[in-house]
Design a protein around this ligand. Structure first.
Ligand code: NDP
Length: 597
């Protein structure tokens, strides 16, 4: 691709006003009426979309009543890391709770064909040195990631401390005992001094809010509940039962981009219903070189994780260790800090980058109209890049049709298909690749349970009244000893397991701190919480959360009011944030907290 830092040359090549106008026009096509809900949460007669197709048997265990030091809610990489750090710090009295039938979080649920992690596996898979594991490839397949999560649980004896297939119904603070009381649908009552909530933003799946979703009479499922009994094959493809099926897939996000090549290879005919084209740079996959692996020195993984983060942040680094499509984006960041005209330079670098993606579409997709419809028109930080080497090529297959809805989305579902521009596409099978409810403000909806703090006041009530309010993104006043790894006003990194690892270490520090000093409660002061909230709100400036971006989950579908979508994140430099957190733990003063013994 063209070099985005060559801004002098590039400045001449772009008509900035015309391009920004084109971005605006494309974005406006996608805007819906104010107040209109774009998505449906599956409930009522749509609740079947939530059923777990991977669970092998009904849970029949007796209800558990226990008191533990720490309850780890969510068994994905957030709490797997927390469990390992607690274990290493000598804290063994914890329980791991998850509604899924195994550990792994998103990697338990997302088993669709082609599913893989597009973050460098040597940075993504946590604690590789402790685990003594060499990932097989630069980008691990989901089965490898899932198996890795399971091996963490085995190695650190976490299954014996796990309550799986266990649905939390509420978490309530007992002030007299200074404990959280966790009730579950299975009748368990778990009391815990600390709760670490690592439930993730990609768990509550969503369907489009269009008429007729409940009427479809063919076969239908969401990508996070893939039905292999119907399609045949597995996460590596081979969907042999689709050879006589007309299949429709709604959505062209990171999930769909990975699944579509396999559907295209297998279905009698595939209709891809697109609302906004994804940005699709190349992935450039490769196998792990055992010689390189053997040459790595102790401490290499944390160094790589930090190097990757600094690269993505656009910081100057001596060597780009990961050197992939993510770190290539850093050049846009670097352009933004050079010289006086930083924003103009960033914009030009971004124009060049996005043009390179449109050129790639042009070079690969043979049909002109299809190629035009697949070209992305927005700034690079408006949508997550979907690195793939086979996605665009799939549209050259005679059995694959792109149905471009020009920003409006599918109009309606009928018993026999999906309607766009008044035309019904008849389908045997309809797959929703329509993503997840990202909204952090209504954490209860996202989690499926409410948290009640002091005086029985719910987190939803607190955050509805005054907006999301946290200290450091981890704590909220009146919810003592509750550590949230949810991301609300917290720190975002491209490599989520990095953020979760830092959070896990922080939790461990606080638990040890409380244990060693016989501390009953830790919670932020009113002042520190307000200062944090002011900081987050004041710095939500231009960027992916901006209403100027094409709508998507980053900006709450074009309505980025405070506290929703990704706009709820702390927008500062994550590397500096983590450094401050380390310093905070090192000095051990717990500034900004009320600490009660
Ligand atoms: P997304 O929310 O990113 O995508 C949902 C898709 O559905 C969008 O393309 C959206 O269009 C489309 N859509 C919604 N409603 C309609 C409609 N009515 N008609 C047509 N299209 C519609 O969800 P994903 O599951 O794709 O990805 C979620 C996140 O999961 C990713 O961003 C990433 O963080 C993670 N992920 C990570 C992977 C990895 O490699 N590490 C792989 C896969 C997912 P529009 O774009 O217009 O909103």
């Amino acid at each position: 691709m063209s070099n985005p830092t060559d801004v002098e040359g590039a400045q001449e090549a772009f008509d900035a006003a015309a391009l920004l106008e084109r971005y605006r026009v494309e974005r406006d096509k996608r805007l819906h009426s104010p107040g209109e809900e774009v998505y449906l949460a599956p409930s009522g007669n749509l609740a079947r979309y939530l059923d777990d197709p991977y669970a092998d048997e009904e849970s029949t265990r007796a209800p558990v009543t226990r008191t533990v030091q720490v309850a780890l809610v969510g068994a994905g990489f957030g709490n797997l890391q927390a469990a390992v750090h607690l274990h290493n710090a000598g804290v063994h009295d914890f329980v791991l709770i998850d509604r899924a039938g195994d550990v792994g979080g998103v990697w338990y649920w997302n088993r669709y064909p082609g599913v893989a992690c597009d973050i460098d596996s040597y940075a993504y898979l946590p604690l590789l040195e402790e685990m003594g594991y060499m990932p097989t490839q630069k980008y691990a397949s989901a089965p490898e990631v899932f198996q890795y999560a399971r091996s963490m649980a085995t190695k650190f004896d976490l299954y014996s401390r796990a309550l799986l297939r266990t649905e939390v119904s509420e978490i309530r603070w007992d002030d007299a005992a200074a404990e959280w009381v966790i009730a579950t649908e299975q009748g368990d009552v778990i009391r815990a001094r600390f709760v670490n909530l690592a439930t993730g933003p990609l768990q509550r799946l969503r369907l489009p809010n269009v008429p007729g979703v409940e009427t479809f009479a063919g076969h239908s499922f969401h990508t996070a509940r893939w039905d292999y009994a119907y399609t045949g094959g597995d996460a590596f493809g081979g969907l042999d039962k689709l050879s006589d099926q007309v299949v429709g897939i709604i959505g062209t996000g990171a999930t769909a981009v990975q699944a579509i090549p396999h559907l295209g290879a297998a279905a009698k005919h595939l209709y891809v219903f697109q609302r906004t084209p994804a940005p699709v740079p190349p992935r450039n996959h490769k196998k792990t070189d055992p010689e390189w692996w053997a040459s790595l020195q102790p401490g290499w993984q944390q160094a790589r994780i930090e190097n990757f983060n600094r690269a993505v942040l656009g910081e100057q680094i001596d060597e780009d260790l990961v050197a992939d499509g993510w770190t290539e984006l850093k050049r846009i960041g670097i352009a933004a800090v050079k010289g006086e005209d930083a924003e103009a330079r960033r914009q030009v670098a971004d124009f060049a980058y996005m043009q390179s993606l449109r050129d790639r579409v042009e070079a690969i997709v043979e049909d002109k109209a299809t190629a035009e419809a697949l070209k992305p028109w927005y700034n690079s930080d408006c949508k997550r890049p979907c690195f793939h080497d086979d996605y665009l090529q799939t549209f050259n297959r005679p059995n694959v049709t792109l149905v471009d809805t020009k920003g409006r989305g599918v109009e309606r579902i009928t018993p026999t298909g999906a309607v766009v521009d008044g035309h019904e596409y008849r389908l045997d099978c309809l797959i929703y690749a329509t993503g997840f409810d990202f909204n952090a403000r209504n954490m209860a909806k996202r989690n499926g349970f409410e948290i009640y703090g002091r005086d029985g006041r719910s987190l939803t009530a607190k955050w509805s009244d005054g907006g999301i309010a946290t200290y450091q993104g981890y704590f909220s006043r009146d919810f003592p000893n509750l550590v949230m790894q949810s991301g609300a006003q917290g720190v975002m990194t491209a490599n989520i397991t990095h953020t979760l690892g830092e959070g896990a270490r922080y939790l461990t520090h606080l638990v040890r701190y409380a244990q060693d000093r016989h501390v009953r409660t830790i919670e932020p002061t009113e002042e520190s919480e307000q200062t944090w909230v002011d900081l987050v709100r004041s710095r939500n400036a231009r960027g992916p959360t901006d209403a100027a971006c094409t709508p998507g989950y980053y900006n709450n579908d074009g309505k980025p009011e405070e506290g929703t979508g990704i706009s709820a994140f702390f927008p500062g430099n994550s590397q500096r944030f983590f450094a401050r957190l380390h310093e905070f733990c090192r000095t051990g003063t717990l500034a900004g907290f009320d600490v009660a013994e």
